[in-house]
Ligand binder design. Structure first.
Ligand code: ATP
Length: 348
């Protein structure tokens, strides 16, 4: 059992703020993903939980006990990094067994524990190989098994898939998801890849510049982004965002008129997702010449330019047109997200 609580946790180096007042309770067994662009403070947050970095302010609690002054080895957390840090002279078996030896646990139990962990990551047939004789994916699985064998209360994973090729990443991702479920351990996972975040997480924390932007389930974050940063970070392609003016419930921007919005008059940023819009023959809310067409296999992405920004909508894969042809995009009011024109905060 491990509930983790961060209470007003900040990390500063001089005047630079790496993490700013992080507050969150992570219930036992939750799979929490820290997501954000490079430098947003994900790794620093995780290193503070692991005990590898001291917070400048705030408290970190594991199961209700403040652990700020506990050494990493006394926190009962196991970390998996993007660099696997395997011992090159030890075979897979010995690499996986290593944490058990360091801890001085009963050697009679080692074999069973190593065999169980290696079976979980499907490495049973590779136990005699050295790391140099393994693929990147297999090495990453050794690192995972080495964390599993410790039977920690908390798993901390920092971009564990980033050194793997695209195909291996998908299969290892599925394996991690399955493992965390099977082991029922609280897991905190750092990534800048929103697909990884969406597929793995019970909850996602979106960060930017050291500040938490939103915490929610993948669906909440996708369906109701708290601000324009989250809206443009989650989803592929990013949410379309247009600046314009609302008057009498109608949003207006160049080539664009969307009626039926329940919002007061004034400037707003309006967003909608390409997959929620429809490409129509005519009568849509945006009518503009096609700027690009991209064939995606299962659909065609149609983009137009509105006030210097690209605005995209997903059309059927049978959609046929040329660049420069006029296209009409249907954007009913109910698919629109509205954000404050100045702060970017969600307003509807
Ligand atoms: P990435 O995805 O690139 O690993 P991240 O979100 O994990 O990024 P962090 O490693 O947490 O980012 O770094 C957050 C910010 O703190 C960065 O701007 C980084 O340059 C800064 N930073 C990290 N360690 C130190 C340090 N020891 N001294 C000063 N600044 C640091």
């Amino acid at each position: 059992m491990a509930e983790i609580r961060l209470s007003g946790v900040s990390k500063r180096w001089g005047s630079f703020i790496g993490v700013d007042k992080f507050d969150l309770t992570i219930p036992d067994r939750e799979f929490l993903v820290l997501l954000g662009p490079s430098g947003c403070g994900k790794t620093t947050t995780m290193r503070m939980i692991a005990g590898l970095e001291d917070p400048t302010e705030g408290e970190i609690l594991i199961d209700g006990k403040v652990v700020n002054d506990l050494e990493p080895k006394d926190r009962d957390v196991a970390m998996v990094f993007q660099s696997y840090a395997l011992y090159p002279n030890m075979n897979v078996y010995e690499n996986i067994r290593f944490p058990l030896r360091v801890r001085g646990s009963d050697p009679a139990t080692h074999k069973e524990k190593v065999m169980r962990a290696s079976a979980m990551v499907e490495l049973d047939d590779f136990l005699h190989r050295k790391p140099a004789e393994l693929s990147g994916g297999q090495r990453q699985r050794v690192a995972l098994a080495r964390a599993i064998v410790r039977e920690p209360n908390v798993f901390l994973m920092d971009e564990p898939l980033s050194n793997l090729d695209a195909k291996l990443r998908v299969s290892t991702r599925a394996q991690i998801k399955n493992l965390s479920h099977e082991l029922a351990v609280t897991t905190i996972y750092v990534t800048h890849d929103q697909i990884e975040a969406m597929t793995l997480a019970d909850r996602v924390v979106v960060m930017e510049k050291g500040v938490v932007q939103q915490v929610g389930s993948p669906t909440e974050i996708y369906d109701r982004p708290a601000n324009t940063f989250v809206a443009s970070f989650i989803g592929n392609p990013a949410m379309n965002l247009m600046k314009g003016e609302v008057a009498g419930g109608t949003f207006r921007a160049p080539h664009t008129e969307i009626a039926g919005l329940s919002i007061g008059d004034g400037p707003v940023t309006l967003g909608f997702r390409a997959e929620d819009a429809e490409v129509a023959g005519e009568g849509g809310q945006i009518t503009a010449p096609i700027y690009t067409l991209e064939l995606l296999g299962d659909a065609t992405m149609v983009s137009v330019r509105i006030g210097g920004a690209l605005v995209s909508a997903k059309a059927d894969k049978s959609f046929r047109a040329e660049i420069g042809d006029m296209v009409s995009i249907r954007i009913p009011a109910q698919i629109c997200h509205l954000f404050d024109a100045e702060t970017g905060a969600r307003i509807g």
